[in-house]
Design a protein around this ligand. Structure first.
Ligand code: OGA
Ligand code: NI
Length: 334
């Protein structure tokens, strides 16, 4: 519990174990590369083309007019910010370092593979789909509106993800419902990331460079920038667009499309001035789901690039080798 950054009074100096050498934490690019912002209310053909193009080129894009009610977005953002402002004693009840617990509050200050530390706390919520009473009561009961805000948000957010998957299927030549069923049938996991003001943000990281482990991710970045995406050897900053989702592909989508849609590395940078809270919604396969390159996308001149793996086994290996793209590739490439 003493590890939670958001429960400490304030941070005057950056402890040594949070400091990264410049080669481990190169600054973000000065170039102004903007992620495409795709309006999902445009005609479907146009949206399909835009999503596929952005997905192939950058592996990241933003979507607006996505159909999740504005109120639902405002409510979840407000409740999540409020959660991290609760008194330390209220948060302590939910704190756990047991990585097998589906619902918990933890801090990246306890990651410890190489002794390095990250400037981020995280509230992890597992949302069975559809949400039932048992899932709800496993979430924090403070702030009072949090449970209903999460419930009202998760279903429409998941629907946006599923619609994007259908569009991508049509774009790459898979049947539109390819990702229905087991491939997207696991818990929807909501990670609320919280980055308190950091005394030396240029030398620290909120989240290390990583690829997401799931199928597809929808991120509410909030109003404070911090997300940075790997692009042609540089780190580009993602400018916040109010109410938009930042969308990116997880490893499972890369494996299933045999590398056509790539999982791209990203990281989060803290800042000195204001706290930042982001809400990441992960669509996951079921644990037993066998993920493999789709038969439609492999052939004589396009052999499978990844071995088939159950999602459970993938997660076991991912935990052990770390989240860098290179190590995950090494473990699963043929
Ligand atoms: C994540 C993530 C980025 C952010 O939760 O996987 O990449 O800006 N978050 O918080
Ligand atoms: Ni991520």
């Amino acid at each position: 519990m003493e590890n939670l950054l958001s429960s400490a009074a304030s941070h005057e100096t950056l402890p040594e174990n949070f400091v990264f050498a410049p080669d481990q934490r190169p600054p973000a690019s000065a170039a102004d590369v903007a992620l495409p912002v795709i309006d999902l209310a445009r005609p479907r053909d146009e949206v399909r083309r835009a999503v596929l193009e952005a997905g192939k080129e950058l592996g990241f894009f933003q979507v607006v007019n996505h159909g999740v009610p504005e109120q639902a977005v405002r409510d979840i953002e407000a409740c999540c910010e409020e959660f991290f402002r609760l008194p330390a004693a209220d948060k302590a009840a939910f704190y756990s370092e047991d990585t097998d617990r589906p619902n918990r509050l933890f801090s990246s200050t306890t990651y410890g593979t190489g002794g390095e530390r990250y400037w981020r706390d995280c509230l992890r919520l597992a949302c069975r789909f559809p949400v039932d009473a048992a899932a709800r009561v496993a979430w924090p009961d403070k702030p009072a509106r949090l449970r209903s805000a999460v419930e009202a948000f998760v279903a429409p957010a998941r629907a946006v993800g599923m619609e994007l998957l259908r569009l991508l299927c049509e774009g790459v030549g898979l049947r539109p419902d390819y990702f229905e069923g087991e491939l997207s049938g696991g818990d929807v996991v909501v990670n609320v990331n919280h980055y308190p003001p950091c005394p030396d943000p240029e030398r620290a990281l909120g989240l290390p460079p990583h690829c997401d482990r799931n199928l597809i991710t929808l991120l509410l970045q909030g109003g404070v920038p911090g997300l940075q995406v790997s692009y042609r050897g540089d780190w580009i900053r993602v400018q916040p667009v109010p109410g938009a989702f930042v969308v990116n592909f997880g490893h499972q989508l890369e494996i299933a499309t045999n590398g056509l849609l790539r999982s791209v590395e990203h990281r989060a940078a803290p800042n000195a001035a204001v706290p930042r809270t982001s809400v990441a919604t992960f669509i996951m396969p079921t644990e037993d789901c066998l993920v493999a390159p789709a038969a439609e996308l492999v052939g004589a001149c396009n052999p499978p690039r990844y071995r088939a793996v159950t999602f459970r086994e993938f997660m076991r290996v991912y935990k052990a080798v770390g989240a860098r793209r290179e190590s995950v590739e090494k473990a699963f490439r043929i």
